[in-house]
Design a protein around this ligand. Sequence first.
Ligand SMILES: Cc1ncc(COP(=O)(O)O)c(C=O)c1O
Length: 311
Amino acid sequence: MPPAITPSALDLIGNTPLIALDRAHPGPGRILAKAEFMQPGGSVKDRAARAILLAARADGRLVRGAPVVEMTSGNMGAGLAVACAALGHPLVVTLSAGNSPQRARMLEALGAEVVLVPQVDGLPGQVTGADVAAAAEEAGRLARERGGFYVDQFHASEGVGIHRDTTGPEIWAQSGGRVDAWVASVGTGATFLGVAAALRARNPQVVCAAVEPDGCRPLAGEPVTKPRHVLQGTGYGSVPPHWDPGLMDLAVSVTDDEAAHWRRLLAIREGLHVGYSAAANVCAAAALLASGRLPADAVAVTVLCDTGLKY
Ligand SMILES: Cc1ncc(COP(=O)(O)O)c(C=O)c1O
């Protein structure tokens, strides 16, 4: 039974189900996936959004009623919009024009002021590191102009912390401590790093695999040859500021075609309509389980980052 009354949308964040993907991946091994798309903002970023705002309010960086400003690929913006609505802050987001138009519409529907920033070298649906840098610069400028709190998700430490303190322990408890591998794509790296740290603290043998778009693999130490890809929200072509190479055992690459194939498979076999990074995560988990690196009955845990309704 859920609690009789949930005080606010903030309380809908976290404690997501861990779903067995036995129909999309009958074996070898088993894939379990955190259903982060079920949160009120529709993605894994709700956790970081809430954590960063609550920390800033607690230490006085964000005062009552002050504006919040952030650059987003859409998901952080949605998480912030949910948290800002519940906490009483206006929200201004800068968004590269290359992100799906659905994202801008959702943010506006949630009450955010959306500023679209023209793409530098990407294409619609394919946002590059340079596109993100341009949107971030505009966010910083607007924050100064409006006297707002600049979230700066790539540098905020609360993102990694919240996944270490909530998502990781949830996975450990829900799986009964049976985790052989952790597989996740990387935007800011908060999800991958926080969960990897929590799982490694409980079992140092857990194999941690980062997921990168084919041709855009800085974590694997390769030069970026294809900065454009469909894994929106991840794979920006550079190593994120909080990156800890000691938490990564290997980096698995996924092509756009593979991500599209697994996205369809998850929809028609599991009834789960999710985004491209979620599909890439499952694709990479299946590849890792099939690679022979893990025992035949291994459990790989991954994350369904966002809902497919955003694309
Ligand atoms: C769709 C999607 N997948 C994955 C991620 C990666 O999350 P993180 O920033 O925790 O690395 C993001 C981040 O915005 C995202 O929007």
